[in-house]
Design a protein around this ligand. Structure first.
Ligand SMILES: *Cc1c(COP(=O)(O)O)cnc(C)c1O
Length: 379
């Protein structure tokens, strides 16, 4: 099965009672036993649920994993994966990872005895240099958020494998439609399904996709023990969204390319970050590990010409909001919004400025979107 077929069919037709084409929602918290030791494969929804299992099968198939755990949020997935570690362990990760992940690592997990090095992972030497005897995990996010830096996944995996270090990749930004890290040797993929996998900005959810049986066993154990599994209703919504992943990603991307090219030429835009632009310094790796560029476009606004406030206010189709990956276009300031929890020092180190604007390009008409940006950029 090709990925488009997988997204529509995998895990879906599970109802043998009435042959419904769509996966039913099983909101039941518990499932009765026919007798001690005999049930139909489910006993309690925190542990397992048929609707959630349908989505888990689907996402596992899309990423090419052995299995998947669907969680309540993307951060629940991140949290669960961090429980593979023990106090005293050390993690190497990027200096420009998702703000919420950064917060969990730097402000919460340090208190539990886990240490982190945040480095510029574009240069594999930085990754090598950061590794210590107690390094147990390398956390990859590529393209990074919000500056769309590219990390060489295979390069990191090669470094990690030599030292038996676990590799995890947050694949939220591209979705399995454009990038499949497990095929590049990564051990675990995580998602915020809140973004492209669901795609309709009407649910928060997450997923952990396991590259092998051993990780699956431990992961499923952790998700149940920690109590971070997603609800059947949310799983049903994401399953509904994921079926249109392929056509959505194509339109998202076509619009993003058009917008990035428009912004690149605009006099009030200082710099554009987008993997689909020839100027993007990661082109060599982009061609090796990605089959598309995604639809996040970040740029530096010349705020001497147009203030951030005025630009945001004048936009008609781009709502000023955090999050991304929905059918509607969104715009935001990483400095003041999505990444503010990083603190000024870390923001500056990662290259984010007060002029940085992040756009989640939706699936509206590209001409309308560009016209809207053009009138707002006039100032
Ligand atoms: C949104 C996001 C998360 C966190 O997901 P939630 O569903 O908001 O908890 C993690 N990583 C990336 C890259 C994200 O964009």
């Amino acid at each position: 099965m090709k990925i488009r077929t997988k997204s529509v069919h995998t895990g879906v037709q599970i109802d043998k009672t009435f042959n419904s084409v769509i996966t039913p929602i099983y909101p039941s918290s518990t499932f009765y036993f026919d007798r001690i030791g005999k049930n139909k494969g489910y006993d309690y929804t925190r542990t397992g649920n048929p609707t959630r299992a349908a989505l888990e099968k689907n996402i596992a198939a899309l990423e090419g994993g052995v299995d998947c755990s669907v969680t309540a949020t993307g951060m629940a997935a991140v949290t669960a994966v961090m429980f593979y570690l023990k106090p005293g362990d050390h993690v190497v990760t990027g200096h420009d990872i998702y703000g919420g992940t950064y917060r969990l690592f730097d402000y919460v997990l340090r208190d539990f005895g886990i240490d982190f090095s945040f480095v510029d992972m574009r240069d594999l030497n930085n990754v090598k240099k950061a590794i210590r005897p107690n390094t147990k995990m390398i956390w990859i996010e590529t393209p990074s958020n919000p500056l769309l830096n590219i990390v060489d996944i295979k390069g990191v995996v090669a470094i990690a494998k030599k030292k038996k270090i676990l590799t995890v990749c947050d694949n939220t930004f591209l979705s399995p439609y454009f990038q499949r890290p497990l095929e590049l040797g990564v051990d675990i993929v995580i998602h915020s399904t809140t973004k492209y996998l669901n795609g309709h900005s009407d649910v928060v959810g997450g997923a952990i996709v396991y590259g092998n049986k051993k990780l699956q066993e431990k992961g499923r154990y952790l998700v149940n023990a920690l109590g971070v599994a997603g609800s059947p209703f949310d799983a049903w919504l994401v399953l509904r969204g994921v079926k249109t992943l392929a056509p959505r990603m194509e339109v998202h991307q076509a619009n993003a390319i058009a917008i990035a090219k428009f912004l690149e030429k605009h006099p009030n835009v200082k710099k554009v970050y987008y993997p689909g632009l020839k100027k993007h310094p990661g082109q060599g790796i982009i061609r090796k590990q990605m089959s598309g560029f995604g639809a996040m476009v970040t740029f530096e606004l010349n705020t001497k010409k147009v203030s951030l406030g005025r630009f945001f206010k004048k936009l008609k189709y781009f709502a000023l909001a955090e999050s991304l990956g929905g059918v509607e276009s969104l715009v935001e300031s990483p400095w003041y919004m999505s990444h503010s929890s990083m603190g000024e020092k870390a923001l500056k180190a990662s290259g984010i400025t007060k002029e940085t604007v992040r756009v989640s390009v939706g699936i509206e008409d590209a001409e309308d979107l560009i016209a809207d940006l053009a009138q707002a950029l006039k100032g």
